[in-house]
Design a protein around this ligand. Structure first.
Ligand code: TXA
Ligand code: MG
Length: 353
C-alpha cells in the first residue's frame, strides 16, 4: 500500500493556461480527465481548487484521498451560475429574491451559499449534512471547465488537509505532486483568500439575516446592504458542531510555529531562537519592524497598506516564511475591516496558542 494519498507511478502533468490556445488545450484536457472520474487542480480567483465531478461519488472520494482530508469535512460545489444552482440546492421560496440579488451582484465570484441540498449531490460531498455549499468561480479557466463539462464541480482548496492554501501552481505542486494526474497553471490567484461563506435566514423584515460562516473577499461592508450580517461564531442547533466543519481551530497552518501578536509588547523573544516577521505595511510607526533583529521580514502591502493587496500575497508569503528556516513566524495583527477580517481569521487559525 502506498503512503496515504500518493499514487505509485503517477506523475502530475502540468499544463499552462497562458495564451488563449494553451487555455483551450488545458480546458479540454481537464474536461476529458473529469469525464473519466478523475481529479484535476484548477485555478480559481480565490485559491487553487482540487476539482472532481460533484455528482460522481467515486471521483469525489479521490479528492479526499489526495488531500488526506477527513470525510466529515464537506466540499464546496461550483456551478456555472444561478441556473445550475437549482440542480444541487433547494432555494427556499422566502430566500429566493435575496439569493437572486446576491448572486446577481457577486456571481461569478467569491461568495458561497450554504443551502438545503438536493439529493442528486452525493453524501460524500456534503459529509452527510442536509445542506450544500455552492459558489460560482469567475476564473476564466475554471468557468470554461464547468461550462464545457456541463456539470457542477466539487472543489476544496488544493492543499493537503490543514496546510496552507495554494495561490500559485508551484504551491499546488508542493502539496499534491504525485497525488493527482493534472494541474492547470493559470498563474497567481487574484483574490488570494478563500471565498466568503454565508448562510441566510429569513426574518419577518424584508431583509434576511446573513450568517457569516467564513470571512473572505466579499466583505461584511459589501454584504450589509443585503441584510443584517451576523459575524459571531455560531453552533448549529442540532448537534452543537461548528456550522462550518472545516473551520477547525488549527487550519491553514505552516509547519513553523506562528504567533499572532495583538500588540508589540506581547513579543518576548527567547534567546538563541530565530524569528521572522509577517508585517502588514512594514512601517516603523506600527511598532513591529524595529522591535527585534528579525532574521526575515516579509511585508504584505508596503507603504500605505492596502488590504486587498495584502490578501493576494498572504498565503504566498506565509509559504515563503515557512520555508525560510526560522524557529518561529511572528505576525502583526491585521485591521479587521474589509478583507482584513479574512486575513486575521486565517492567522488566528494558523497560530499556536
Ligand atoms: O474559495 C474557495 O471557497 C475555495 C475555492 C477552491 O473555491 N474552496 C475552499 O474549499 O476554500 P475548502 O474545502 O478548503 O473550504 C470549504 C469550507 C470548509 O470549511 C467546509 O467545512 C465548508 O466550506 N463547508 C462545505 N460545505 C458546507 C456545509 N454544507 N455547511 C457548512 N460548511 C460547509
Ligand atoms: Mg481549505
Amino acid at each position: 500500500m502506498a503512503v496515504s494519498g500518493t499514487r505509485p507511478g503517477l506523475q502530475t502533468q502540468v499544463l499552462s493556461a497562458g495564451t488563449p490556445e494553451e487555455t483551450r488545450t488545458a480546458v479540454a484536457a481537464a474536461v476529458d480527465i473529469l469525464r473519466r472520474g478523475e481529479v484535476v487542480a484548477l485555478p480559481t480567483e480565490t485559491v487553487y481548487g482540487l476539482a472532481a465531478d460533484a455528482l460522481d461519488a467515486g471521483a469525489c472520494a479521490k479528492v479526499f484521498e489526495a488531500k488526506e482530508r477527513p470525510r466529515f469535512d464537506p466540499l464546496i460545489v461550483h456551478v456555472s451560475g444561478r441556473e445550475m444552482l437549482d440542480e444541487v440546492a433547494v432555494v427556499p421560496a422566502e430566500l429566493s429574491a435575496v439569493i437572486d440579488r446576491l448572486a446577481g451582484e457577486f456571481w461569478p465570484g467569491p461568495l458561497t451559499f450554504v443551502l438545503p441540498r438536493k439529493l442528486t449531490v452525493p453524501d460524500i460531498v456534503t459529509a452527510g449534512l442536509a445542506t450544500v455549499a455552492v459558489r460560482s468561480s469567475k476564473h476564466p479557466v475554471f468557468k470554461a471547465v464547468v461550462k464545457e463539462l456541463g456539470r457542477p464541480l466539487a472543489a476544496p482548496s488544493a492543499n493537503r488537509f490543514g496546510s496552507i492554501s495554494p495561490t500559485s501552481a508551484s504551491a499546488v505542486m508542493a502539496e499534491l505532486s504525485g497525488r493527482i494526474p493534472l494541474l492547470v497553471d493559470g498563474g497567481a490567484c487574484s483574490e488570494g483568500v478563500e471565498s466568503t461563506i454565508v448562510r441566510l435566514e429569513a426574518t419577518d423584515r424584508p431583509k434576511p439575516l446573513i450568517h457569516l460562516l467564513r470571512p473572505g473577499p466579499v466583505t461584511v461592508e459589501m454584504l450589509k446592504k443585503f441584510g443584517k450580517v451576523a459575524t459571531a461564531p455560531r453552533l448549529s442547533p442540532q448537534d452543537g458542531q461548528p456550522e462550518v466543519p472545516g473551520q477547525l481551530p488549527s487550519h491553514y497552518a505552516p509547519r513553523t510555529p506562528l504567533r499572532l501578536l495583538a500588540k508589540p509588547e506581547d513579543f518576548s523573544p527567547e534567546p538563541g531562537k530565530r524569528y521572522a516577521l509577517l508585517s502588514y505595511r512594514g512601517l516603523s510607526k506600527d511598532g513591529y519592524v524595529d522591535l527585534h533583529d528579525w532574521d526575515e521580514v516579509q511585508v504584505l502591502s508596503p507603504g500605505s497598506g492596502k488590504l486587498p493587496e495584502a490578501a493576494v500575497r498572504f498565503f504566498f508569503v506565509l509559504r515563503a516564511l515557512d520555508a525560510c528556516g526560522v524557529d518561529e513566524i511572528v505576525s502583526e495583527p491585521f485591521p479587521e475591516r474589509g478583507v482584513g477580517l479574512a486575513i486575521q481569521d486565517r492567522l488566528r487559525r494558523a497560530a499556536v496558542e
